[in-house]
Design a protein around this ligand. Sequence first.
Ligand code: A3P
Length: 321
Amino acid sequence: PKDEEETWDEELQELVQTLPKERNWINADHLYFYQGFWCPSGALKAVISFQKHFQAHDTDIIVISFPKCGTTWLKALTFSVVNRNQFAREENPLFRSGPHQLIRFFEYDLYLENPSPDLENSSLYPPRLFSTHVPYPSLPPSMKDSNSKIVYICRNPMDMFISLWFFTDKLRVENSEPLSLDEAFELFCHGTFGCGPFFDHVLGYWKASQENPNKILFLQYENLKEDIISQLKKLAMFLGFPFSEEEEKHGVVEEIAETCSFANLKELAVNKNGVHTFGFPHNTLFRKAEVGDWSNYFTPAMVERLEKLIQENFDKSGLTF
Ligand code: A3P
């Protein structure tokens, strides 16, 4: 008799036959158009396992983002806010572990090798912290129905695109042709890249956060860059771990901002040397961390085209960059 794993693999093979398929920007993997988004082939099985099996707890906190929008930063901040009373400042686990090791991805990590990992009896004490890049409509039902909380981060699409272009180039297999900026831009505008289309992803969480502001906190990278202290307070309040007056007086908020800063994280040995479960070296996650770096690369025609897309997609939403 077939075991569960074999049956499941066959079902997956059948499903894959029916899905639109595209070449990914890099390497040998593909993208499958699954439930309205382009899922990297290497993560599809894990996405479906996560959807089938994950049972949310009311106390769970899920960090969600579109890739290259500040995921690493938000993980560091969320981890530090929630666990700040578990360790002395200089013993923050962030000094020894990458943000992606402390808040693990469902589809690029936890469900990658094991279709049904035991997340109940692991060493994860409440609140459990997880993360995903899966779009809102594809989240498992229990995550929507429970009182678990979601923090979402997005970013100006122009900076996000430039960040992605550099990131994928760093992951390029040796001797393969680089993807030109023009080619990448064309694919970006069509939405055919990992987790794309960008606009659908952002709008899905934006609308959900407006309908349910106690469940989903919608953050923007640019606001964090502009005023990390007030954004950190907002994050802590939302998560149910507000800073006390005493903590504010003692500079706890500033300390967390400093520990999670680009300058600090980028220089840590763990972030210079480690490799993520999904195969990318940690150091590829730290590049420039600037707002407006796109202006060094975009031609006027690119600006015009993307501004038009931004307007078409976000105009009625009330979301601005
Ligand atoms: P740039 O490529 O523009 O530098 P993600 O974590 O979602 O993959 O996003 C990566 C982007 O966030 C990169 O942007 C990276 O440099 C920036 N980044 C990483 N850590 C950061 C931090 N602690 N503070 C601010 N930005 C950070």
